[in-house]
Design a binder for this molecule. Sequence first.
Ligand code: HEC
Ligand code: HEC
Length: 363
Amino acid sequence: MNKAVLIIAFLVTITSNSCRDNGDQKPTLIPDSKSDYTLIVPEDFPEMEIPPNNPLTKAGVALGKRLFFDPILSADSTMSCSTCHLPSLSFTDNNAFSKGIDGKSGRRSAMSLLNLGYNKNGFFWDGRVATLEDQALVPVEDTIELHNNWDTLIEKIKQHKEYPSLFEKAFGIQSVSSIHKGLVVKAIAQFERTLVSSRDSKFDKVKRGEATFTPDELIGFDMFFDKSPEYKDAECAHCHNVPLFTTNEYFNNGITEAHDLEDFEDKGLGAITGDRFDIGKFRAPTLRNIELTAPYMHDGRFNSLEEVIEHYSSGGKYSETVSPLIRPLNLTKKEKRQLLAFLKTLTDTTFVKNPEFQAAVYN
Ligand code: HEC
Ligand code: HEC
């Protein structure tokens, strides 16, 4: 049988003049530096596009990981990225709306960071940021998140007893004065690209012939993927397809009733593109580890998977942009249980149980 993983070595060559960063500093990466990090990914995952000016390196990933878990990132040193993106919850936080350092809530639910490196369709629920590097610029200064200031943070990092040498190892900088926010976000993005699910979920094991579904899981699987006419087609796989259990595309899945599109309090993609037919559309999230990431949807409106299934079974609510795939499925109690049983086979504990990650969390 095939090995479950394929080892991909990224051989990206960097030239010293291709590395102008957000931080408007001199060239910073080690000239001609190559990736020395081996990313282990499941064999049927698509190829991950790594930006040529930010190859994965062992020192860069280690630095990014340290920064991700370090409360130095917040103004009062009480919160880190991991406060809202907990490894034990597949990098979410159990809240409908995440609270920042001032106790203020945002209007959206924290997203899972699993398999982010494969997304080419924009980050956040509304896709407003194109790259992981640019995404990481946001939370640090967001007033309802880490509420810090990049200049202050960079000063703290420069004076830190360990960070300067870690930046030097990761990016070959010659002096402390070369540390800037462009390098901080590069390191965080490198770390985030390593958060690839390992495929130790029951679903993956069944696929490899190493486990078998229970009768309920099997029927749920059939409904999810519309495998046979014998069972209802629940339409799920159109938007949450293998191998990532998301297509990373944007849809209105009918959770909000609106007779006029302007009534959407959160317009989602529509607010970004300015196209009224994008109003009410959000990025379909991955269903890998879905058992761990309650509450559900961009505003955490559903507390359980039972409620989510109830929503899809009912056919959702009216608004002009709802996808035609959202229609009453009229699932019986038994069918709901079967679909739920299948969803629970998508749990992968690679990061959840990683003791090193657990120890790193600061709350
Ligand atoms: C106060 C809680 C909070 C903190 C702290 C926080 N995040 Fe988030 N994160 C969120 C929320 C909420 C969203 C979704 C926001 C939206 O869509 O508007 C999100 C979205 C993201 C996404 C987008 C994921 C996707 O699939 O598009 C990434 C990546 C991310 N955060 C990384 C980070 C990093 C890196 C840090 C630290 C620098 C961080 N977050 C700090 C709450 C937080
Ligand atoms: C038309 C595309 C589409 C179909 C069909 C669809 N979904 Fe979704 N799904 C989405 C979108 C978009 C979201 C996020 C919506 C939001 O937050 O506003 C979502 C969210 C979810 C969530 C919450 C994820 C999270 O992290 O909060 C679950 C669970 C889910 N869907 C399961 C299913 C199941 C099970 C089916 C089949 C019964 C299904 N979906 C069918 C597009 C779809």
